[in-house]
Design a protein. Structure first.
Length: 467
C-alpha cells in the first residue's frame, strides 16, 4: 500500500510499526454545530482509508476524539471557545450542545455508511492525561507559564515546522488576520497547553490543575487521546488539510517532546470541499448539511458516490449540478447491478475473481486511487466473459471498501412525477415505432431499464413494472 505522506511530501510504501495492528488516529468534530458536507468529505476519505487497509489485509485500530472544550474560533488559541459560542446561540449549556451535536454527527456518519471508529473519546473525559503530559513538558523545559496560561515553547524543538516545511511568517497571514497578539507568549508560534486566563472568563467547563482552575488547549487533546489509546508509536494520523498548521504541527511538537522520540510515521490529509465562492465554513450562518441534501431529494450515498469520484488529494468544488450528475450516474450503476443480480447463475469464475480483486487492490494501494477502483468495478460489470454470479461476488467484495450499498435494492415507489415521466416515455417509444425508428425505441426501453423500470409489450398496449 502506498500513501502520500505530508511529512515527507512523497508517496511512500506504508510499513506499520507493528504488523499485527495498524494504529490510526483521526481528528474528530468540534460539536458546536452540525457537520457541513465539507467536514463529512474528510470523514468519508478516512473511512475509505481504514476500509482499504482492511481490504489489503491489515487489522486497524482507529481512534477519534470529540472536541467538546478548548477549540477557539481561531485555530491559534484566540477568539471565543466554539462550544461556548454554540451554547449561547441556542441558550443551552455546553454539555447539552455537545450531546446533541455528537448525536447528529453519529447519524450523519451512519447515513453515509461511515464506520464509527473503535475508540471515540470526548476531550472532557481525558483531563488527567493532559495534566500528566503538561506536567512533564514543564519539568523538561518544553513549556512555560506566563500570564496564567501554560504555553509550549516552540523554539525548544529543532524542527517545529517539519510537517509544513514553512516558517510561521509565511503562513500566519490567513490564520491571524484581524486577531490581536497574545502578549504572554514568548514567541509568535508558541501555543497554549492549559488556559487559566483567556479573553473570555465565562467558560462553563473548568478543572483544577497544578496551574490553576482552567481548561486544556485544543491541540493537547488529540495528542493525549491518541497516546492514551493507541500508544507511543502511531502509524497514521489523518485530518483535513486545514489541520496541517497549526493543529497537527502542534500535536507533533508536544507529543514528541513528551515521548522523547518520533511519534507518528504517516500524515494523511484530505483536500477540502469548496463551494463556488471558496472554502466552506459554518461562520456565515447557512451551510450545507446531509439533512439539507436529503430535504432536496438526494440520498446521502449520492453524496458519498460524488466524493469517491475525485481523489482525496484534489479539491472538490460542490455544485448541485455536479451532485445531480453523480446521482444520475450512481442510479444507473445500481440499476445495472440490479439487472445482473436478477440473472445470476451458480458459476463462480475464481480466476477472474482474483484477477479483478487484484486490480481493485492495486488501485487502493496506489495512494487510495478510488476513481480508478471505480473504473475496475465498471470493467467487471461489462466483462462479457464472466458469469453474472462472479460479477455479483466482486461487487459485494468491492463494496466492503466503497460502502455504497451496491446490492441493496431501494423500494422505488411510483409517485405522480415518475408516473408521468414513464407514460411520456411510452408515448415517445410508440411514436418512434410508428416511424420505424427502432433504434430510438430501443434506446427508450434501455433508458427506462437503467432506471429500474421494465416495459412489457402486451396485446392491450405497453405496461411497466419496477424491477
Ligand atoms: P472541525 O469540526 O471544524 O474540527 O472539523 C472536522 C474535520 O473537517 C477536520 O478534519 C477538518 O480538517 C475538516 N474540514 C473542515 N473544513 C473542511 C472542508 N471544507 N472540506 C473538507 N474537510 C474539511
Ligand atoms: Zn486533532
Amino acid at each position: 500500500m502506498k500513501l502520500y505522506n505530508t511529512l515527507s511530501r512523497k508517496v511512500e510504501e506504508f510499513i506499520p510499526y507493528n504488523e499485527e495492528e495498524v494504529t490510526m488516529y483521526t481528528c474528530g468534530p468540534t460539536v458546536y454545530h452540525y457537520a457541513h458536507i465539507g467536514n463529512l468529505r474528510t470523514y468519508i476519505f478516512e473511512d475509505v482509508l481504514e476500509k482499504s487497509l482492511n481490504y489489503v489485509g491489515y487489522n486497524v485500530k482507529r481512534c477519534m476524539n470529540i472536541t467538546d472544550v478548548g477549540h477557539l474560533t481561531s485555530d491559534s488559541d484566540t477568539g471565543e471557545d466554539k462550544m461556548l459560542k454554540g451554547a449561547k446561540r441556542e441558550h443551552k449549556s455546553v454539555l447539552e450542545i455537545a450531546d446533541y451535536y455528537t448525536e447528529c454527527f453519529k447519524n450523519d456518519l451512519e447515513k453515509l455508511n461511515i464506520k464509527w471508529p473503535h475508540v471515540v473519546s470526548k476531550a472532557t473525559d481525558n483531563i488527567d492525561m493532559y495534566i500528566e503530559m503538561i506536567t512533564k513538558l514543564l519539568d523538561e523545559g518544553y513549556a512555560y507559564i506566563n500570564g496564567g496560561n501554560v504555553y509550549f515553547d516552540t523554539t525548544k524543538l529543532e524542527d517545529y515546522y517539519k510537517l509544513t516545511n514553512h516558517k510561521v511568517d509565511d503562513m500566519v497571514v490567513g490564520v491571524r488576520a484581524g486577531v490581536e497578539e497574545d502578549d504572554s507568549k514568548k514567541n509568535q508560534a508558541d501555543f497554549v497547553l492549559w488556559f487559566t486566563k483567556s479573553k473570555f472568563d465565562d467558560q462553563e467547563l473548568k478543572w483544577d490543575s497544578p496551574w490553576g482552575y482552567g481548561y486544556p488547549g485544543w491541540h493537547i487533546e488529540c495528542s493525549g487521546i491518541s497516546i492514551k489509546n493507541l500508544g507511543e508509536h502511531l502509524d497514521i494520523h489523518c485530518g483535513g488539510v486545514d489541520n496541517i498548521f497549526p493543529h497537527h504541527t502542534n500535536e507533533i511538537a508536544q507529543s514528541e517532546a513528551f515521548l522523547g522520540h518520533k511519534w507518528c510515521s504517516y500524515w494523511c490529509h484530505g483536500e477540502h470541499l469548496n463551494d463556488e465562492t471558496g472554502k466552506m465554513s459554518k461562520s456565515n450562518g447557512e451551510f450545507l448539511t446531509i439533512s439539507l441534501l436529503e430535504e432536496k431529494g438526494y440520498s446521502p450515498l449520492d453524496y458519498r458516490f460524488m466524493c469517491l469520484n475525485t481523489s482525496y488529494r484534489k479539491v472538490l468544488v460542490f455544485t448541485f449540478d455536479a451532485l445531480d450528475q453523480a446521482k444520475n450516474t450512481f442510479s444507473k450503476l445500481k440499476n445495472k447491478i440490479k439487472t445482473i443480480k436478477n440473472n445470476i447463475d451458480d458459476n463462480i469464475d475464481t480466476v477472474k475473481f482474483e484477477e479483478y480483486k487484484n486490480k481493485f487492490s492495486e488501485a487502493l494501494g496506489n495512494d487510495l486511487n478510488i476513481p480508478v477502483a471505480l473504473s475496475v468495478l465498471y470493467d467487471v460489470l461489462k466483462d462479457d466473459d464472466m458469469s453474472n454470479s462472479t460479477k455479483i461476488e466482486l461487487v459485494k467484495d468491492f463494496d466492503n471498501v466503497l460502502s455504497l450499498d451496491l446490492l441493496t435494492e431501494e423500494n422505488q415507489t411510483i409517485n405522480e412525477e415518475l408516473k408521468k415521466y414513464i407514460e411520456d416515455m411510452i408515448l415517445k417509444r410508440q411514436e418512434a415505432k410508428k416511424n420505424k425508428d427502432f433504434a430510438l425505441a430501443d434506446q427508450i426501453r434501455n433508458e427506462l431499464e437503467q432506471k429500474g423500470i421494465l416495459l412489457k409489450d402486451t396485446r392491450e398496449g405497453t405496461t411497466y413494472e419496477l424491477m
